[in-house]
Design a protein around this ligand. Structure first.
Ligand code: IMP
Length: 185
């Protein structure tokens, strides 16, 4: 089944960002990141599960050595909104002392989970902690979440694909899109 069939089958309403657009933007971000971390070690930290796709593509777009590590956190929230109260389900395997850490995110909505994560990682003695995200929603801008690398600023809609899920589905879409309204009802 090709991706169009997957999208049709999965009731994707509208493609917001195509696969080509995602990859082209990632290539640009990789140039910026490569330049900024020139001569420094770099540890990419992904938050499971959404960041899997962007981590895989960003790491391969970088023309340099990188290490990758993963965290799994659960954010207590109702429905699709997070609360900022976070529990670590899987911690990093890497000691962050003196490391340059770049958190790789799929999307930042309120940024509450991320704010907590940045504070948590900064307490571990790293040389630096910065954030790269593929997508950013308006609330993150309003909440003044400091993000060094942003792929796309998107409107305040619920999106799926490229790692993002609705009820654990749609993560394997190569593009980012919105769901047909009947999916929610
Ligand atoms: P925040 O703490 O409000 O920034 O929530 C971030 C997390 O909420 C992301 O890592 C996603 O798992 C989830 N999320 C926020 N917006 C969307 C969306 O539009 N589609 C799918 N997941 C989303």
């Amino acid at each position: 089944m090709d991706q169009q069939h997957v999208a049709d089958d999965l009731a994707l309403d509208q493609t917001l960002i195509t696969e080509d657009e995602l990859q082209a933007r990632l290539a640009e971000m990789a140039v910026d990141i490569g330049g900024d971390y020139d001569g420094k070690d770099l540890l990419l930290v992904g938050v499971l599960k959404g960041a899997v796709m962007v981590m895989a593509d960003l790491a391969r777009a970088l023309d340099r050595h990188v290490e990758m590590d993963w965290m799994a956190v659960s954010s207590y929230g109702s429905g699709t909104k997070s609360s900022g109260v976070v529990r670590i389900l899987k911690d990093l395997d890497t000691d962050l002392e003196g490391r340059h850490v770049l958190i790789v995110e799929d999307i930042i909505d309120t940024g509450l989970t991320l704010s907590w994560l940045v504070t948590n990682l900064r307490s571990r003695g790293p040389a630096s902690v910065e954030i790269a995200t593929m997508l950013r929603k308006p609330d993150a801008v309003q909440n003044d979440i400091q993000v060094k690398y942003v792929g796309f600023d998107i409107p305040n809609a619920f999106v799926v694909g490229y790692g993002l899920d609705y009820a654990e589905k749609y993560r394997n879409l190569r593009c980012v899109g919105t769901l047909a309204p009947h999916v929610y009802s």
